[in-house]
Design a protein around this ligand. Sequence first.
Ligand code: AMP
Ligand code: MG
Length: 415
Amino acid sequence: MLTIDQALERILAHTPRPRPERVAVEDALARVLAEDVRSDVDVPPWDNSAMDGYAVRAEDTGEDVTLRLLGTVGAGASADGEVTAGTAMGVMTGAPIPNGADSVVMLEDTDRSRSGQVALRIRAREGQHVRRRGEDVAVGDVVLTAGAVLGPAALGLLGSIGRTEVAVARRPRVAIVSTGDEVIRPGTPLRPGQIWSSNHLSLAGWVRASGGISIDAGTAPDDLEATVDVLRRAVADADAVLTTGGVSVGHYDVVKEAFGVLGAPIDFWKVAMKPGKPLAFGLVPGGDGRAVPLFGLPGNPVSCVVNFLQFVRPWLRGALGDPRPYLPVVDATLADDLRDGSGRARLFRVALEQGPDGLVARAAGLQSSGVLTGLVRGQGLLLVAAEAPSPSKGDRVRVQVFDDVWSRSDPGYPW
Ligand code: AMP
Ligand code: MG
């Protein structure tokens, strides 16, 4: 059996380089940047006022000093004239600082009872309320580097330097093939022995949440020829193919064989993990000559998702150029005893909550590999190494977080 690390290492050896495409900045949310973005402008482009008030020379200012008013500059206007000894110029927030001035006295610290004059109530410090040219971004600064995941703030920053488009990693197309004679789609009534498929939905959701494009490639019956057929079509149109089910050692488990027929040098692994032991991995030539990885994931709904998170998600994030392709891991205190034999790495589904002394992890219901409710109630996978004993109440544990909803689960007002 392989360890999770060994299996992952073999998979990540086949991570393709990200392929860039240009998109409009407004469409780039959550995309992974495929270029270093260098600014060719200063932000702000000139010294400007941070306040509505008066641009002055600090040395002229003081309590009860009166200055002669030269005029007013609004935001968007340019400043004519120069602030010289004994004078001031009105400035609105965002207006350029006129020549000669070095600071701004805000409106609230002035009196304007006499026309053409402004009386100050304070002494200004040099540079006060002035936003310096280039203080945010200077010409030549690299403001974002390839691999950055573009959040709302990054989009705003791109706008502030005048960018309308960016190069981001193309989203890998990931085809999902369900297998199993008993597996039918929700919407059709169940006949005896049948179940509604859930894996195609949870995988599609995870593919999209991980930055990929999911393609529903249908369900193959437990038949070699039919499975090869479905797979062949899926491979032609995808950057990676996921199958669920049919990778165990049962009579009807034809997925591995089907991978082989497609010409994949197949690795079939038993990975020393629970849930999710069986995993097949192979590479087949795709439509445009590139190698398309095939991931044969287990059919059990929890094993399927846990395998996706350990093996497919890092590959997908890697293919996007994300330098941090792994889910975050946090420390927590365990609130329950969790029982399970050792010998394999275990990934318990746990719910996370903020306790008085930090994060607390609780078992999210039954830990059987078919129990999907645990993945919904839980936000993380508690990681227990193969050689470690079962964790007990009060233990400090490590939890791989797949849903950070816990961090915003406090209904209280944030302040
Ligand atoms: P298998 O690996 O094909 O033996 O499947 C293991 C278990 O997962 C069986 O109980 C299957 O019925 C179930 N299963 C397989 N595919 C799906 C699916 N798409 N949705 C939900 N359960 C599935
Ligand atoms: Mg099956």
